[in-house]
Write a protein that binds this ligand. Structure first.
Ligand SMILES: C[S@@+](CC[C@H](N)C(=O)[O-])C[C@H]1O[C@@H](n2cnc3c(N)ncnc32)[C@H](O)[C@@H]1O
Length: 247
């Protein structure tokens, strides 16, 4: 963590920035992702930010299986699908034979890796919130990216998803949820553990929420998780999954 981040990323400053809408201007994660360099000594999954520990693999598999299942039931064959924060393209690769999958990512290094893996797919480089997409999607999915959307932009995020979707389009968002009461007050604006209750409330403005549950064990934890898994810091096993369709 840099000195600027150490000095300015705390509950008091974060809440002042959120209240004044300045949290979006003082984002810390954007610069970090833009500076990302792909490491050829690591696996593609490690470059995306996930270890190969058995618990992470198991938790990732549950999300992948559910994504495949929901897309199969809601999206026509070869339908248009967008991966928000596609990283090096792991999920796009998995879905490429069944759908027309495009990816958007703010990191050039990630997109270089993804386009090597998927030379025929379409990619958008930049911040999802500022890009003008030239097509509509039957589904938008996102794995571990919502934590980088500033609090003051979260309504805009869901509205934008709805705006670029076909009628009844599918939204599938995996995100790290609030793991304690403190998380509700945004102690870290560089990695936001959103409250599931808050996410349901905002998403419901534009989507019919089918489910918003723990992505590993399907619990409903409401405001925050009173029994988070303690195995690794920031393990993918502590995560939530929002599945919804456009209103
Ligand atoms: C933890 S990685 C996950 C990558 C991929 N979803 C996966 O699970 O393999 C988060 C990704 O989100 C991207 N990202 C973060 N904020 C973004 C934004 N506002 N717009 C587009 N991409 C963003 C980062 O560049 C990074 O590639």
């Amino acid at each position: 963590m840099g000195l600027y981040s150490k000095l300015t990323n705390n509950i008091i400053i974060n809440n002042i920035l959120i209240a004044t809408g300045l949290d979006a201007k003082k984002e810390l994660s954007v610069g970090q992702w833009k500076a990302f360099k792909y490491d050829n000594d690591k696996s593609i999954q490690q470059n995306a930010g996930f270890s190969h520990s058995p618990e992470v693999e198991e938790a990732l598999k549950k999300v992948k299986d559910k994504l495949v299942k929901y897309l199969a039931s809601e999206v026509p064959a070869k339908g248009n699908v967008l991966d928000f924060g596609c990283g090096p393209g792991i999920y796009m690769k998995m879905l490429a034979k069944d759908y027309t999958v495009s990816g958007v990512d703010i990191s050039e290094g990630m997109l270089q890796a993804a386009s090597k893996l998927l030379p025929d797919n379409k990619f958008y480089l930049g911040n999802f919130l500022s890009i003008n997409f030239d097509e509509k999607y039957h589904a938008i999915y996102s794995i571990s990216v919502l934590e980088y959307i500033p609090v003051s932009k979260i309504d805009e995020f869901f509205k934008k998803c709805a705006d670029i979707m076909h009628e009844k389009g599918l939204l599938f968002i995996q995100y790290p949820h609030a793991l304690n009461k403190l998380d509700l007050y945004h102690p870290d604006r560089n990695y936001i553990n959103y409250s599931p209750e808050f996410i349901t409330k905002i998403a419901s403005r534009y989507f019919n929420v089918i489910e918003n549950k723990h992505s590993y064990d399907e619990r409903n934890t409401c405001e925050y998780d009173t029994k988070p898994y303690q195995t690794e810091s920031k393990t993918f096993k502590n995560g939530y999954l929002l599945i919804a369709t456009k209103k």
